[in-house]
Design a protein around this ligand. Sequence first.
Ligand code: ZN
Length: 881
Amino acid sequence: MRTDTNRTVYLKDYQPTDFIIESIDLVFDLGETLTTVGSEIRMHRRPGADPAAPLVFAGDGLALSGLALDGKPLLPERYDCDASTLTIRDLPEDGSFTLTIKTRINPSANSELLGLYRTSGIYSTQCEAEGFRRITYFYDRPDVLAVYTVTIIADKQSCPLLLSNGNLVEEQDLGDGRHMAKWHDPFKKPSYLFALVAGDLTMIEDSFTTMSGRHVALRIYVEHGKAARAGYAMDSLKRAMKWDEERFGREYDLDIFMIVAVSDFNMGAMENKGLNIFNDRLILADPETATDDDYARIEAVVAHEYFHNWTGNRITCRDWFQLSLKEGLTVYREHEFSADQRSRPVVRVDEVKFLRAHQFPEDGGPLAHPVRPTQYLEIDNFYTTTVYEKGSEVSRMIATLLGPDGFRKGLDLFFERHDGGAVTIEDYLKCFEDATGHDLTHFALWYHQAGTPVISVASFYDERKQQLKLTLSQTTPPTPDEKIKKPLHIPLRVGLIGPNGADMAPTAITGGESRKDVLELTKDEQTFVFEGIGARPAVSVNRDFSAPVKIRFDQSREDRLRIAGAERDLVARWDTVNALALEVLVKAAEDVKAGRPVTTDPALSDLLVATAEDTALEPAFRALALTLPGELDIGREIGADIDPDAIHLARNTVIEAIAEAGADSFAQLTGDMANGGAFSPDAQSAGRRALRNAALVLAAAAEKSPRRASQAYESADNMTDMLAAMRVLAHQFAGSAEAENALADFRRRFAGEPLVLDKWFSTLATVPGENTLERVTKLMGDEAFDEGNPNRVRALIGAFASSNPTGFNRPDGAGYAFFADFILTSDKRNATLTARLMTAMRSFEALEPSRRALAREQIERIAAHDDLSRNLRDIVDRMLK
Ligand code: ZN
């Protein structure tokens, strides 16, 4: 696992394997500290491959205990074996043979949570991307597809449940207190989709009848006592299955679909064929323990993993450089599902916020990479927001350029042409070209060029000619891998809003390609002319966030207020409200930094109050408008020489001004939006709660008293309201008796609920100010904290480092030193998790000089260790480059 730095993998080096695997039969004899794995692989040489070429399988930290070819033990001179490779020479002339491999592993000592591991009494696996090689020697790569048959033998009492992919074909009591189960998956799959679960779990069961009338059993396995909390995940699953049939014609293909929730998991969830394994925080929900955001996440991720059955499993990636082929497309499908289940514009605004908060900084920092990278040291570090979310935006842009029917046609062709294949991004794009006749050659650059494009807009209205001219120029700033950027093919949705607030329809658009209201930018600079425009419009660009770009548009205040008050595209409307607020906040931060009194802006207050009060708008949207950009958003907008303390002070001053201007409305809203009747997690009800809690932040700020939040905490009948109130108390009234009482009550009340305590850890870890470091240090000793559990680590350490700008960036650098210490210990235990955690510091260069130097010192201290994991080495080296 320790660094092997000359292992960089390049896309250009791709070669198919010399041998083709037909099937693999696995036998697991499960033991807590000793599990033996027998593997019988039928294979033949690829036609045309060099007959002298040896067979080279990958392994990772394995101990080989047996090796036979066609039933005969292999003599030592025929093979070489170490922890990471098995090489076999002099293979049979005809190239066809069966290989038997035995390995021994210790699932209890597996703190990386990759391969087969045992935690909290459950055996489970995680094989993506390269975890299967921690189980047995194999061609552990996505383009090797095989039929798997899996036999699991285990103690009956501790492991009544034995699961793997596909269909259960045999069960047997072995008489000696042990039993066995045999699973067969008829669909060929790559090793990363292999899964095994064994243990003692309970389940809920349901069923789904597919569009062709096939009956599918649905099961969700959870810890004993948690069955009642799996209902929403099951409901989401059924809705996702139905939606994928209706929207994309995709039908499920096995007789059973299983989900297992485990409590120790590095990522969110995993799409193993027929046996998805989930981080339990993305399955378990009830009103008392889960927030509305949790419900929305569960719905989205359950759907995401289910959608992978077609986009990822039936059609997989040729190599890991193509990761976005499955992830970008599946995120796009997930986003569309959420939009159809909930409020489309509200869902879209959340996606935009996420992209700007996570992907834009990645694209603008030292870890920038294209959606399809060309090299990697450690593939685990490429499960990024660029591959996932920017990848999704790229598929969305294809849909925008081709229209919904064109997109569907292309995707239908993709499924038809590549079912059962392991393919590339080029294969994917070709389907859209062949199905619609569109040329996507230029568009494909989105996959290969890193960086966020900036589009500058200038508009000129000619009253005499009744023309609006829009000059659009694009540039993409340099990224570490590439200094000179080319112009991209960008679909930009544009609206012209007339003086009465209604859309104006041009009689023609000239100057470049356009499709209805979508302009197609292809050059450095283009001027589009809108004809037949009878009055000077307010121009709304990037409606629905049609392209993942930054817009620079020096628009009049009057136009912006018109858009903020009347734009029918709610995404663009929110964006304008948000941009107006951000502008005021940035100015305020500059004032603080320069020692000037903060200038606030009554027009912004008026706009926010009016939007909050506007009952023609849905509550969820009003809540979005009312939630001011956070300190991190302000920092990103400033971009350089960031002083977190100045931002904090500035933001509070602006909030107070707004809060005072709308004090009565906000107080009123906290009451009006209160839950009537029983809790329901639906989007409308969630929207009302969101508005109520956004108003609570401001009402409490206006009143300068914790009383209202304290009452809200006491009377909350669901986790959304309870957590929102506790956060107001902890963050806005830190140290008050009310805050400490609520925090202590919460800790006591949820003592046996680790997932709920994660919310408590995060709330405390994000209390602004330099004293939080001491609290975080103390919390590491809390009995509910567990350094080996990724959810706990993210809730406490992750939240502190990535979401507490004033606390983490203490002027004395103690936050960085604490974090570096944690990273160094954590790397020994779980490298994947640690490397991801480390990315919290990727934007350190944007800090003011003193903090920047202190941060660099700590990153350099980490980098100076010569025994870092490959994962962490990769991240810190790129950060320091
Ligand atoms: Zn995925």
